[in-house]
Design a protein. Structure first.
Length: 756
């Protein structure tokens, strides 16, 4: 934008913001955040405190008071949707569309800057931005040129590694020994270098390059940096807690000019560390910008007193935070409800019944959400909703039986049960890759059509001739032999065990184990959940019929009124009247992988995720934990989540009908040390304690005092409903370390076993 353009875009300045209609309705902290325009400013905006209103009003205030013209304002956020919404709101506030305002995502803003100076980086302004498919295709070429086997060193894994380096602002020459990995036998940096060279030869960049190249441009060309520093008199950043290292470095360089940078974020909602977000960026803002002002937006306009009280107390346990406490002028509302259930199936039943009850009381299904920690948890809820006829949507993901890995696994089962199923055969014949290409499949199709037979029958004939290439013929013969062997086990092996065997022996499970992409662990969890689901059906044909009916129901069930089912990560930024938070057990939430890989930092991010879940609710929250859950295709007895220990008792009621645990530490607390409230009925059955069986209430609260757990000596022979017979190896409080005859070594609650 030229000087003339800037003058033309200049609004008629208001003499002062005092009395301006767009400032009316702001609370004192919000107004302060809008009116402090000069110098660095950190706005700590808690959940539901109106941060978007503050950002958009601040931009309007800059323009309407004459502090800046549109071209002098840079506002960056993380999604195109958020950028569009902000631009529309600013236009509404100033009464017209805003021309010249640089408002967009980090990537879109950097792309505009790069096209202005592309030649300085050896690119042409018309450079192409590659999508993921093109990136993977190019990386496969790089691997082939380096004589590396793509099956052993997948292109997707290399892509993730390079993206991680770019997120940290590292060009190939700046990757240190501590940042290197064993990929390609330690050749990761070499491959990164060759990839960047290929990109430049193609006049192309990937998404990570947009910010990385901007960093290179600013650090190597001081005049260019100064040009953009003079251009942007005011900088505003949304969701600052989600910024990565490269974005942080880019912003710091730009802000060194005017120092007029305002970042808005919530350190308590930083939940994307697994994809490069660095919560430390917001925590050290005051150090990076000496003299920075900090304004805390703590008045919440979304949730009730009880919800905010519980969420604030929970997040206060994190050490890595700047500190704030949400409050509201709303009514106290309902206490959070905590339920302990026997297993995941009962959890889904209880949640389904509560949803039906709320709906009968005129609560909209669209204002209800179930937020899970891991994708595999959705299956039992989906099954229950289909049974009840409750319409639902899976947000941010596919429904369980629509997911790629589930469709592939079911295709194997369809071919196993019905050899004539050509569609299923075609889906899995080269999945995982076996060297059976399009030419081979075309030959199979041709013979099947000519003889009027199934694809499998045609394939069986072709492998006895020389029409196919030796490698393809051997691979196809091996697959057919596998199917013959698996079919021979149909009547002699439990169908869930057979399914696990098929997935293992086919190489399908190993394919996802080798895949190092972020979604691979979730796919493996889903496969294990599928195997667990098979236990509920007498035969494989019964299960496959059930899946067909579920999919048909899903196709017909689209209505405007639907319960939302999603992961906690997908829920950020959303809100509902009623939120169900299932699976609050150790190992599920906090997730075992987060603790194993990141230790204390992982635990704090898991706690922030719990905080996000609680603060999605406007009116009511239902928490639940299961005493037993099938994870990784094995039954586990898990203690309640430590996060339940951290919820204050004055904000939480334990359900009198299903609550199974009592408090011992003043909160809902002590749940991890509490005794499980079950009676042994013999014959391998437990039942939850009911009414007077479960003890008395304390101080009018619905907290249950369970009876003492039975004592067992080391060496005692015991029986567990899920794990069977075993022998006690060690005891610790009310938990036992038991070596089970079939299930192996497990930690279980003492109340869940009986002397054998």
């Amino acid at each position: 934008m030229t000087s003339a353009d800037l003058e033309k875009a200049m609004p008629v300045p208001a003499p002062s913001g005092q009395g301006a209609p767009y400032l009316e309705g702001l609370n004192p902290e919000q107004r302060q955040a809008v009116e402090i325009l000069d110098g660095p400013l950190l706005v700590l905006a808690g959940a539901g405190t109106g941060k978007t209103r503050v950002l958009t009003t601040r931009i309007a205030h800059l323009l309407l008071t004459g502090k800046a013209v549109p071209g002098q304002v840079l506002a960056v956020t993380f999604t195109n949707k958020a950028a569009r919404e902000m631009k529309e709101r600013v236009g509404t506030l100033i009464g017209r569309a805003v021309e010249g305002l640089m408002l967009g995502t980090f990537h879109s803003v950097c792309a505009q800057i790069l096209r202005r100076h592309a030649e300085l980086l050896g690119l042409k302004p018309s450079f192409t931005i590659l999508d993921m498919d093109d990136q993977l295709r190019l990386l496969k070429q790089v691997l082939a040129a380096a004589n590396l086997d793509e099956k052993r060193w997948p292109a997707r894994v290399l892509s993730n590694l390079i993206q991680r380096w770019k997120d940290r602002g590292l060009t190939p020459d700046r990757v240190t020994a501590s940042e290197m990995t064993e990929f390609g036998g330690g050749r990761g940096v070499e491959l990164y270098t060759h990839y960047q060279q290929r990109l430049q030869a193609l006049n192309a960049v990937d998404f990570g390059d947009l910010i990385l190249h901007c960093l290179t441009l600013f650090t190597q060309h001081e005049d260019v940096l100064q040009t953009w520093q003079r251009r942007f008199k005011y900088l505003l950043v949304d969701e600052y807690q989600d910024s990565n290292v490269a974005q942080y470095l880019w912003l710091r360089l730009l802000a060194k000019g005017s120092q007029n940078i305002c970042v808005v974020g919530d350190d308590d909602q930083s939940i994307y560390g697994w994809r490069g977000a660095e919560v430390g960026n917001i925590l050290r803002f005051e150090k990076d910008f000496p003299g920075a002002r900090v304004i805390r937006l703590e008045r919440n306009y979304r949730s009730t007193h009880h919800i905010l009280g519980a969420a604030s107390e929970l997040i206060s346990k994190n050490a890595g935070r700047l500190g704030k406490r949400l409050w509201t002028e709303h009514e106290e509302g309902e206490r959070l409800v905590l339920r302990g259930v026997w297993d995941g199936e009962e959890e889904a039943r209880v949640v389904g019944e509560e949803i039906e009850d709320l709906h009968r009381k005129s609560n909209s299904l669209s204002e209800m959400a179930i937020l899970v920690r891991a994708g595999f948890q959705t299956r039992e809820f989906e099954e229950r909703f289909v049974t009840l006829g409750v319409p639902y949507r899976v947000v941010g993901s596919l429904r369980f039986y629509e997911r790629q890995e589930i469709r592939d696994a079911i295709a194997y089962l369809r071919v196993l049960v019905q050899p004539e199923d050509g569609l299923a055969f075609e889906r899995i014949v080269n999945t995982p890759k076996r060297g059976i290409g399009d030419a081979t499949l075309q030959a199979v199709h041709q013979l099947a059509r000519a003889e009027g037979t199934s694809l499998e029958t045609a394939a069986a004939k072709l492998v006895t001739t020389d029409e196919l290439k030796p490698r393809a013929r051997a691979a196809l013969a091996g697959l057919l032999e596998d199917f013959g062997r698996w079919r021979g086990l149909l009547g002699n092996m439990a169908h869930d065990e057979l399914t696990a065997l098929v997935l293992d022996e086919s190489g399908y499970t190993a394919m996802w184990q080798r895949d190092k992409s972020p979604d691979a662990p979730g796919r493996l969890e889903n496969l294990k959940e599928l195997v667990a689901a098979l236990e509920e059906f007498e035969t494989l044909p019964n299960f496959l019929e059930h899946v067909s009916l579920v999919m048909d129901n899903d196709a017909k069930g689209e209505t405007s009124e639907m319960v939302s089912l999603m992961t906690l990560h997908s829920a950020k930024g959303l809100e509902f009247d009623t939120v169900f938070l299932p699976g609050w057990e150790e190992g599920v939430f906090p997730h075992a992988r987060a603790l194993d890989e990141s230790g204390k930092d992982g635990l704090e991010e898991e706690r922030r995720l719990a905080y996000v879940g609680l603060t999605r609710a406007r009116k009511r929250v239902y928490l639940s934990h299961a005493a037993n859950r099938r994870i990784y295709n094995q039954w586990q007895s898990s203690p309640p989540s430590r996060f339940l220990d951290e919820l204050p008792s004055e904000h939480v009621d334990v359900d009198r009908e299903t609550g199974l645990y009592g408090g011992t530490q003043g909160g809902v607390g002590g749940l991890r040390e509490a005794k499980a409230g079950y009676h042994w009925e013999g014959a391998g059955r437990y039942r939850p304690r009911r009414g007077r069986d479960r003890g008395q209430t304390l101080e009018g609260k619905s907290r249950i005092v369970a009876g003492d757990a039975p004592a067992f000596d080391v060496g005692t022979r015991v029986f567990h409903q899920k794990f069977g017979y075993g022998r006690v190896l060690a005891t610790e409080a009310d938990r036992l370390d038991v070596s089970f005859d079939k299930a192996g070594r497990k930690k279980v609650m003492a109340s869940f076993v009986t002397a054998a």
